[in-house]
Each structure stands twice: as C-alpha cells, then as structure tokens.
Write a protein that binds this ligand. Structure first.
Ligand code: ATP
Ligand code: ZN
Length: 213
C-alpha cells in the first residue's frame, strides 16, 4: 500500500475556498467535498479530509490527520501538539478587543476588573497576562459582538475584518490582539514517507507563489 498524506481542510466556511484553491493550484486533482468527508487526489499521494476548522488541531494531534489548514487564531487558541509549518496569505483577519463606543478607553489598563466576552479564552488570557491586567473572561461560541449590548460583558475580543459588525453593534475596536491568516499545521511526528510528501507539496506551493508574484 502506498503512503498517503492526510490533509484536513475546513468543510465549509471562510477557509474552504482558499484551501481547495491552494491544493488545486499545486497540481492536485481533487473533487469538491460537498457531501463527502474525504477524497483522494487522483495524481498525488494525498487524501483530503473535510472537517470543522475548530476540530482540525485536535485531529492533527491525534494523528487522524497529518497536516491541516486552519486560521492562525485557531492554531493559537487550541494549544495542541501542532507545528506551524507555513503561513498561506489568505483568510486574513485580526483578533481585536472592542468596547462600547461611548467608553473613554485609555489603554489596556481600562480592562482591569472588567468582563470580556470571547470565543478565544486562551488567547485573551495570554494577552491579559502579558499586560498585567486581571479581567474576567466569559467564553461564548458565537454572536460575541452582542454581549456588551445585553449586559453580558464590558468588552469583547473577536475577529474583525472590516469593522462593520462592530459599528452596527455600537462598538469601537481598541486593541489588536493578533493578526491571523490561514496556516499549514502538522503533527511533529510525521513518518519519513509522509514528510517527503509534505516537502514535495510545500515545494509546489512555493513555486505557485513565486509564479504569482
Ligand atoms: P464555524 O466553525 O461555526 O463554521 P467559524 O467562525 O469558525 O465558524 P469561519 O467564519 O468560516 O468559521 O472562519 C474560519 C476562519 O477564517 C477563522 O478562524 C479565521 O481564521 C478566518 N476568518 C474569519 N472571519 C474572517 C473574515 N471576515 N475574513 C477573513 N478571514 C476570516
Ligand atoms: Zn470554526
């Protein structure tokens, strides 16, 4: 049996198109995973698994997948045994702190003793520790930006791309906590055969990038 490198990508969402495009531009012939969980490239020893992005770091740690494409924000939040192999230049966004527009925000110390709603508790915890600020963290999985308006939190930390969602919820962006883009993550313990396939794929990705510039 030939060795296949298993690559996990997002099943649907903001990473999916860029991930598939990257693999296809690298010369992999793969069918779109509308209803399927996995598909094998016809011309390259790769199997693509379609998963929820949030689950990918765990699958890579468990070695169900060898490699994954996720947002750097998800990689940083999950703190799994994953290696960041390469930044990919798509699905760019930032994770920011935002507070109600009427507030006179004077700096990170403003957050002292406050309550912050976020889907990224580990990243927020690290940010607060770095700035010597003690604040409560209220973890919620979606619609984080409505939290201050309903009295659930004083501030939020969430993904911002254009800022229009913040604006329509009466919030102002006050701190950039991290910049993010799609990244390739991998298990730190790939077999030599799998490492070789990954190296070949990375070489092709580099070549595509050079051709574009
Ligand atoms: P779910 O898991 O429920 O599908 P999600 O928010 O995790 O929701 P997406 O909205 O598809 O899924 O976001 C996936 C990743 O894409 C994020 O983790 C982030 O890295 C990136 N991203 C999110 N929002 C944007 C955006 N507006 N522009 C560019 N990239 C974004
Ligand atoms: Zn997700």
């Amino acid at each position: 049996m030939t060795t296949l490198l298993r690559i996990a990508i997002q099943k649907s969402g903001r990473l999916q198109e860029g991930s598939l495009e990257l693999l296809k531009e690298s010369g992999l012939s793969i069918s779109n995973g509308k209803d399927q969980l996995k598909t094998q490239a016809r011309n390259f020893p790769v199997e693509v698994l379609f998963l929820r992005d949030d689950d990918i770091p765990q699958y890579v740690e468990d070695q169900v997948a060898d490699v994954g494409i996720v947002g750097e924000n998800v990689f940083a939040e999950k703190k799994k045994d994953n290696q960041l192999i390469k930044r990919l230049d798509f699905s760019k966004c930032r994770l920011s702190m935002a507070v109600p527009r009427g507030e006179n925000y004077t700096g990170v110390q403003w957050l002292q003793g406050k309550n912050i709603a976020t889907s990224y508790p580990n990243i927020v915890k690290d940010f607060l520790a770095k700035h010597n600020v003690q604040a409560g963290i209220h973890e919620i999985s979606g619609s984080v930006e409505i939290a201050p308006g309903i009295g659930l939190a004083d501030a939020i930390c969430d993904i911002v791309s254009t800022g229009s969602t913040l604006l329509s919820n009466g919030l102002q962006e006050v701190e950039i906590v991290m910049q993010s883009e799609a990244v390739i993550i991998a298990s730190p313990t790939l077999s030599p055969e799998k490492q070789k396939i990954l190296d070949k794929l990375l070489f092709r990705i580099e070549a595509v990038k050079k051709a574009k510039n």
